[in-house]
Design a protein around this ligand. Structure first.
Ligand code: NAP
Length: 242
């Protein structure tokens, strides 16, 4: 059995990624912060499709919680190692910078950027020792071109992109790849209050994407087939100009 950790696996894009990765034969550690019911639903769906997984509840912005949870898992499973890490959990708290409160800045940076460092540093050693690993970070169009009202979110996602490019070069010799997937507008809870009718006019495909359309490329980058791709950012945005 091979092991994968997906952060933010209870809803939206993360849920679709969990299902795809489980379908590829991985035992999926489904991380989430608070929504027990949706996390259980992800696990139920995996099991109904004949796959396997388990829940792993922790706050990705809390380094000590992460350390404790991952060390506990490792001590219960000393022979096993997590060879696929999908850093997907994220939040947005949009505001124009002149009105942006310090906690809106910090929460978004902590959850979207610091989490990359906290979790990746914990798992990368096993990947290097075993000379195999796949790290895929879910970023955003916002981290490539910047979006008004999202200086915090753009900074965090742009930071993950730069960090991924640096890490890709650190670990490439050990057969560990690090890539990013940058969604545009995807139908999830995160975008449910946006006006799709108006925003879709900017998108050449004239619609928002589905979580599965993001999960497909994440699963490919997380597979053995993507063995010579690293340090890349792949957009999934229906042709939205970046
Ligand atoms: P979503 O529907 O709001 O789901 C967010 C997921 O992240 C949930 O599983 C949530 O867990 C988890 N999460 C949030 N904060 C967490 C924390 N501190 N610790 C652990 N888990 C946490 O979001 P989504 O649209 O699927 O977004 C997934 C990723 O794609 C994010 O990184 C987002 O920035 C990125 N993205 C999304 C879009 C889009 O259009 N939807 C576009 C570009 C990029 P709970 O259920 O427990 O709250």
């Amino acid at each position: 059995m091979k092991y994968a950790l997906v952060t933010g696996g209870s809803r939206g894009i993360g849920k679709a990624i969990c299902l795809k990765i489980a379908g590829a034969g991985y035992h999926v550690l489904i991380n989430y912060r608070s929504n027990d019911q949706e996390a259980e639903d992800t696990l139920d769906q995996i099991q109904a499709n004949g796959g396997s997984g388990e829940l792993m509840k922790f706050d990705v912005s809390n380094s000590s919680e992460i350390k404790t949870e991952l060390e506990n898992w490792k001590s219960k499973n000393p022979e096993k190692h997590i060879e696929v890490l999908i850093n997907n959990a994220g939040i947005r708290k949009d505001n124009l910078i002149m009105w942006m409160k310090e906690d809106e800045w910090r929460d978004v940076i902590n959850t979207n950027l610091d989490s990359f460092y906290f979790i990746t540093r914990q798992l990368v050693t096993d990947m290097l020792v075993n000379k195999y690993g796949r790290i895929v970070n879910v970023v955003s169009l916002s981290g490539i071109k910047g979006l008004p009202g999202q200086t915090n979110y753009s900074a965090a996602k742009g930071g993950v992109i730069a960090a991924s490019k640096a890490l890709a070069q650190e670990v490439a010799k050990k057969n560990v790849t690090v890539n990013c997937v940058a969604p545009g507008f995807i139908k999830t809870d995160m975008t449910k209050e946006l006006d799709e009718k108006q925003l879709k006019q900017m998108i050449p495909m004239n619609r928002f994407g589905n979580p599965e359309e993001v999960a497909n490329i994440v699963a490919f980058l997380a597979s053995e087939k993507a063995s010579y791709i690293t340090g890349e950012v792949i957009s999934v945005n229906g042709g939205l100009y970046t």
